[in-house]
Design a protein around this ligand. Structure first.
Ligand code: PHE
Length: 359
């Protein structure tokens, strides 16, 4: 057997056995590289006699071609196998969700506002809003607070340096009641509306923060009585707390913009040291309400002999605390992520009456 044939029998199986492209490259260098076996054999041609070269030349060239062809074939096979492996490895499951899970959560105050809107919309109420920087007229005067009335001092008002268009001082609204005026002066009765929003008073302890949230309710129609007020509040609170045994107690009270006025208490029991709403063992104050004062109706350009109504105002933060069990109001506004993760709501779960309000 010639050297060329012997080399062929040695190299071709090595090409076949190369398990990957790196191994194949090593075989190529050992055969066809500068110092490779086939290259070495080609170099011997120069020293041969013409006769010998005529015999050995074609053999050695045939060897080089056979090795080159085998290397190319093996390389193509290895590359195809590697592509198949990569395709299998990098397969994408197109049924997986495209977006990562939503981060962040809905603040309990926003959640409760959504719940309130859902409950009142079901009773036919619209949702209205007004500015947080108010004129003295909307916040007090139109609501029947006389200029020298001590009730103005009942609210620890934040006054601004600016005076409003009515000449009075601008204030951070101390309650959502000015939105009653904005609604009554901008639309015709009948009016059925709730008005949630931020309000401000200079006060701070475990149950008071300088900014907090209220929801105002206003009904203006013909023949409206205290009974409508009580029914509306009962229906709202039963839906909100998702219990049928909510009991309300109306206590006479005073607000300049309602007459008669009533403070509304809700009954609760104590179970395992915790307050649980429902029943009538104990009472806690929940909201202020009353029949809209004729002066207020008149201030809005309506005839109190024709139109009557009721209004109520309720702390939203307090509703959230009672329903979801927080005990310090200040934590609502600290922006502590641990608190928000614990008490927050999934952003894609919208409260509905049919699907559950506070899921
Ligand atoms: N605005 C009153 C408050 O903030 C609540 C209230 C609203 C009372 C509507 C009666 C009617 O205390």
């Amino acid at each position: 057997m010639s050297t060329a044939e012997a080399l062929k029998e040695q190299i071709l199986p090595e090409v076949e056995a190369a398990a990957d492209l790196t191994a194949l490259e090593a075989v190529r260098v050992a055969a066809l590289g500068k110092h490779g076996a086939v290259t070495g054999l080609l170099k011997t041609l120069g020293a041969m006699s013409p006769d010998e070269r005529q015999v050995q030349g074609p053999r050695i060239h045939a060897l080089r071609e056979a090795v080159t062809a085998a290397l190319a074939e093996r390389k193509a096979a290895l590359e195809a196998a590697e592509l198949d492996a990569r395709l299998a490895r990098e397969r994408i499951d197109v049924t997986l969700p495209v977006r990562p899970a939503p981060r962040g959560s809905v603040h309990p105050v926003s959640q409760v506002m959504d719940e309130l809107a859902e409950i009142f919309a079901d009773m036919g109420f619209t949702v209205s809003s007004g500015p947080e920087v108010e004129t003295d007229w909307y916040n007090f005067t139109a609501l029947n607070f006389a200029d020298d009335h001590p009730a103005r001092a009942m609210h620890d008002t934040f006054y601004l340096d600016e005076t409003g268009p009515d000449g009075g001082k601008m204030v951070l609204r101390t309650h959502t009641s000015p939105v009653q005026i904005r609604v009554m002066t901008s639309q015709q009765p009948p009016i059925y509306s709730v008005m949630p929003g931020r309000v401000y008073r200079s006060d701070s302890d475990a149950t008071h923060t300088p900014m907090f949230h209220q929801v105002e309710g206003l009904v203006i129609d013909k023949g409206i009585t205290l009974a409508h007020l009580k029914w509306t509040l009962e229906t709202f609170l039963k839906a909100f707390f998702e219990r049928d045994d909510i009991v309300l107690r109306l206590r006479p009270s005073y607000f300049p913009f309602t007459e008669p006025s009533a403070e509304v208490d809700v009954g609760y029991t104590i179970q395992n040291g915790r307050r649980v709403l429902g029943g009538s063992d104990h009472w806690m104050e929940l909201l202020g309400s009353g029949m809209v004062h004729p002066n207020v109706i008149r201030n809005c350009g309506l005839d109190p002999d024709e139109w009557q109504g009721f209004a109520f105002g309720c702390g939203i933060d307090r509703l959230a605390m009672l329903k979801y069990g927080m005990d310090d109001l200040r934590a609502f506004f600290d922006g502590d992520l641990r608190w928000l993760r614990h008490y927050g709501f999934a952003s894609l779960d919208v409260p509905t009456l049919s699907g559950g309000l506070g899921a």
